[in-house]
Ligand binder design. Sequence first.
Ligand SMILES: [Zn+2]
Ligand SMILES: [Zn+2]
Length: 321
Amino acid sequence: MTMDRRTLLKLSAMGAIAGSAAASAAQAQTAPPAPVGKRKARWICLGTKGGPRVGTGRSNPANVLIVDDVPYVVDCGPGVSRRLVEAKVALPDVRYVFVTHLHSDHVLEYGNMVYGGWSAGLNHPVEAFAPIGMEALTRAYWESIKFDVDVRIADEGKPDPRKLLVARDIKDSGPVIDTGKVKVTAFKTPHPPITENFAYKFETPDGVFVYACDTSFNPALAKFAEGADVLIHETIYVPGVDKMVARVKNAATLKEHLIASHTTTEDVGKIAAMAKVKKLVMTHFVPGDDPTITDEMWAADAKKHYGGPIVVAKDLMEIEL
Ligand SMILES: [Zn+2]
Ligand SMILES: [Zn+2]
């Protein structure tokens, strides 16, 4: 029997539900995916490693929410284009982009992702939302690639991508956009030393997804995420950080910085419990490239506080509502 990679990842997603003693039995009962067009809103984790370093394992932060076949890309870390293609999302189909903050691991491939769509036939507007700085970053991106774009417009008869991509800076918490299918709300959450940083709530016809990545431990997020079907939240594994910083100078300072700006595996469980969400998805793993940290280790401390299902995300894993 052969299985494609998506099916395998779906099975592993079920296996990753912490505390599931009957994981293999559950795997055997996995129903085949519903035909395209009849599926509920789908959230696919594209890249699950925190930080900008590129490796051969987990890719850098990126996700896609697909509602009625319209892709909403959420964070654009290095590798987002390739992961979208691997998830069977055509780059020219991307219609909306949301970036949580301007740390490079969340935005470095934003311009190139839209460029990739343009080079493959993009001919509709793309709206991109992020904290203050996104509009300037977008202008700077087009300036950096001006030579190529100008040549191709004249040489290949393509539309001007600079007019198709509309970037908007978000200044405050509140409604961002309502597409008729998806209502998006932003919530400012601290990520020291960054203050211009948002969590997003996506209200779809099938359920509510809340994405908090990156953020320090912020109990106010529990109120924002209250009752959500899925909370996708970043996390940091403190013993793993000890090991990581032991290899570099100024280790104590680095550890303090990482813990101040991220949320420990234990605190993620507290947020999920306070918010009474139906499912917790842990992602943006720091450190995300230490193979000795197992799924059970990522979930163990969160389970002390949260009794619902916990998914330890993997690249290309689809999150079921
Ligand atoms: Zn990050
Ligand atoms: Zn960050």
